[in-house]
Design a binder for this molecule. Structure first.
Ligand code: FAQ
Length: 335
């Protein structure tokens, strides 16, 4: 069970100690040797406190992103243009909810309960991906999210299937399979509009691509030389590939897909650099990125308000489930 390791240590024992015992030094030596040998760490294995906290931060942020990420797309379920597109979108949004649940369960193995993580999100203390703070203005935004946002998510998440923490790596294998369907359905929706649509529909796709391109390439996080968590994350095998390398891979793959779609990526500096064997691209507006992750993006307040409302309105379901569980336990005790 994912929750076996939960609260197995009292909180004060998890705080870093100034003086480490010989036993702890030896445990850390063995842990480092396991990481160096490319072995996985399981929930019940000893791990340094900083490793546990780093994972908890990343996995819970990732879980929150999946759950908040349901909102911009969920907004379009009732307005999908055909039954086929509606069924696809419903399945996709449900998948994102499922991804959030696998990830909260993986994070719980590190000793923090789902309620604590959700409280941190609702209090505005926990981060979630910057990308979900942008609005979905037209139906073309839905295809564009699938193509660009899920495309960026896959690029970032495939290496996490080899993360050193096994419960996270296992969750990511299933998530990546589903993300791949998400990317394909987005591309397919845009291709239909570009090939079979009216000039207005084609213009709608181009407008959506213009608005989502830069936020999508921000998803990979700050440049490597300004990424405070990267060095240690790479050392521990939590991160396998750097923010800038993944961003570059995404740009290179997407340029070719944009040609097939017949859309222009909104960057006049985007061009092939034969010497580097990669595309050069323009300067990312990091001031905008910082504003969005600090809570001041176009939809931050709306997203958190929607999450809090859903949580409050779902209280009766949680209470009923707990009451049912208590009733069953009492019956089993009596039997
Ligand atoms: N947004 O030192 P680094 C999806 C923060 S899921 C907000 O480089 P790290 C599926 C970072 O947390 C999308 N904050 O950090 C879907 C750190 O802050 P902290 C989510 C960001 O952890 C599709 C600070 O900046 N994916 O899309 C962002 O080494 C469609 C410094 O950054 C994941 O979470 C950002 N974009 O690298 C769902 C994947 N970037 O915590 C619905 C797992 C950075 O120190 C619809 N996570 N920050 O206060 C990761 O791979 C990493 O955590 C990174 C950041 C790469 C996101």
């Amino acid at each position: 069970m994912y929750t076996q390791a939960m609260d197995s240590q009292p909180k004060d024992e998890r705080e870093p100690k100034a003086v480490r015992s010989l036993q702890e030094v030896e445990l850390e030596r063995r842990f480092d040797a396991k990481i160096d040998a490319g072995e996985f760490i399981e929930a019940k294995d000893w791990m340094p406190e900083h490793y546990r906290k780093t994972l908890l931060r990343q996995i819970s942020q990732h879980a929150h992103s999946e759950i908040v990420g349901m909102l911009p797309e969920g907004n379009w379920i009732t307005r999908a243009p055909t039954l086929k597109r509606k069924a696809i979108l419903l399945a996709k949004v449900q998948d994102e909810g499922g991804h959030g649940l696998y990830l909260y369960a993986a994070a719980e193995t590190l000793g923090t309960s789902r309620d604590e993580m959700i409280d941190a999100l609702h209090a505005g203390k926990a981060k979630y991906s910057s990308i979900f703070n942008y609005p979905t203005l037209t139906w073309a935004d839905i295809g564009t999210i699938g193509w660009l946002v899920d495309g960026a998510a896959i690029m970032n998440q495939v290496p996490i299937c080899r993360c050193s923490y096994a419960p996270y790596a296992r969750a990511m294998i299933r998530i990546c399979r589903e993300e791949s369907f998400h990317q394909r359905q987005g591309f397919d929706s845009l291709l239909t509009m570009m090939r079979e649509g009216t000039p207005e529909q084609r213009a709608m796709v181009q407008d959506a691509v213009n608005r989502w391109w830069w936020p999508s390439i921000m998803m990979f996080g700050p440049p490597d030389d300004q990424s405070p968590n990267s060095a240690q994350g790479m050392r521990w095998g939590i991160k396998r590939v750097s923010n800038d390398t993944l961003r570059q891979r995404f740009v290179d793959a997407t340029v070719e897909q944009a040609k097939v779609l017949g859309v222009t990526l909104p960057d006049p500096d985007l061009k092939w650099n034969a010497e580097r064997g990669a595309h050069d691209f323009g300067t990312i507006d990091w001031a905008e990125f910082k504003r969005v992750i600090a809570g001041d993006g176009p939809c931050n307040r709306e997203r958190l308000a929607a999450r809090r409302k859903a949580w409050n309105e779902g209280a009766w379901v949680r209470e009923a489930a707990l009451a049912h569980a208590r009733k069953l336990a009492t019956r089993q005790e009596a039997a």
